[in-house]
Design a protein around this ligand. Structure first.
Ligand code: NDP
Length: 290
């Protein structure tokens, strides 16, 4: 049985990061501007600390300036908003990222809305979400943008494809659906209340799974030859007593049915950081033109 093409997110992300680094050098030569990304971390969540370190290193590796603001878990919301106002006003800061989740005493929505939309490199501000929904060129959320790049690495024109997105979060599912609509796919968004999910997924030429349930999508849900982008990341116990990372798709089954498939890890994950750098460069170019 032919096995699916394994979409190498690591190397696609690496190429994108090299392109961004070249773009950073070009911007510096052309306008004398070095892109700056400010990352704000509130609290000591271990996973968030790892994500922030990874993002900051990637920023520096691309030739950008990386500024870290680490605040204690008990930081009042007002202090965080004051910091964001200051970063919004700084000419050397082109991108602002507030690492989520925030401690429960802080209103995440208010914080997202406090970031200048022109510096919102996560693409979560309602203005950027509205622009995305209206088909305008904008700072798109990073993981969804990465999913689309991976899908287009298999087939550069997605026009007319039947796409099924499983998951409707504001961070992944909904923006992926918008981006795929902008690519002229016919998009279905499935969620926890969807009836007969397997038969809906079986229609899809392109599946994006963003659920957070280990190996939920089985091989026999997949249309032969479909492209499958697996956003999920879950740690599950392994046979040797240790643990392993898996996605939302049962990889060993899907690989014998799909035409192309992303692995976990090494698929969508690396694209998120690469797209963050791309957004930061884009924001810096835009600010240098005004
Ligand atoms: P959320 O928990 O916010 O959303 C999960 C979505 O899945 C919801 O819309 C939910 O439906 C839906 N869902 C839950 N159970 C089912 C089910 N049985 N059948 C169909 N749909 C279901 O998660 P996120 O979108 O933030 O993340 C999804 C996954 O992607 C997670 O594993 C996360 O770790 C991973 N992730 C990976 C990233 C990367 O860089 N690789 C970045 C971001 C996320 P409903 O709305 O009805 O509750």
């Amino acid at each position: 049985m032919p096995r699916a093409l394994i979409i190498d997110g690591k190397s696609i992300a690496h190429r994108l990061r090299l392109e961004v680094a070249a773009g950073v050098a070009h911007l510096q030569r052309a306008r004398g501007v070095v892109p700056g990304l400010a990352v704000v971390l509130v609290g000591e969540d271990p996973a968030s600390q790892v994500y922030v370190r990874t993002k900051m290193k990637a920023t520096r590796d691309a030739g950008m300036i990386s500024l870290e603001h680490k605040l204690p878990a008990g930081t009042p919301e007002a202090s965080l908003l004051t910091l964001l106002a200051e970063l919004n006003g700084r000419a050397d800061v082109h991108g602002i990222l507030v690492q989520l989740p925030l401690p429960s005493h802080i209103d995440t929505r208010r914080v997202i809305e406090a970031v200048d939309p022109a510096k919102d490199v996560d693409g979560f501000h309602p203005i950027n979400i509205g622009r995305l929904a209206s088909g305008a060129c904008t700072l798109a959320p990073c993981t969804p943008a990465g999913c689309v790049i991976l899908a287009k690495s298999v087939r550069s024109d997605l026009t007319g494809l039947e796409a099924v997105v499983i998951g409707r979060s504001n961070i992944v599912g909904k923006p992926v659906a918008q981006l795929l609509l902008n690519e002229n796919c016919t998009v279905t968004v499935a969620h926890s209340r969807t009836r007969d999910l397997p038969s809906i997924v079986r229609r899809a030429d392109l599946v994006v799974a963003a659920v957070g349930r280990a190996e939920m999508v089985r091989g026999d849900w997949i249309k032969p030859g479909a492209t499958v982008i697996d956003v999920g990341i879950q740690r599950v116990p392994a046979a040797d007593g240790r643990s392993r990372l898996v996605g939302d798709v049962a990889f060993d089954e899907a690989v014998d049915v799909a035409g192309a498939l992303t692995p976990v890890p090494g698929g969508v994950g690396p694209m998120t950081v690469a797209c963050l750098l791309k957004n930061t460069l884009r924001a810096a170019w835009a600010s240098s033109q005004v």
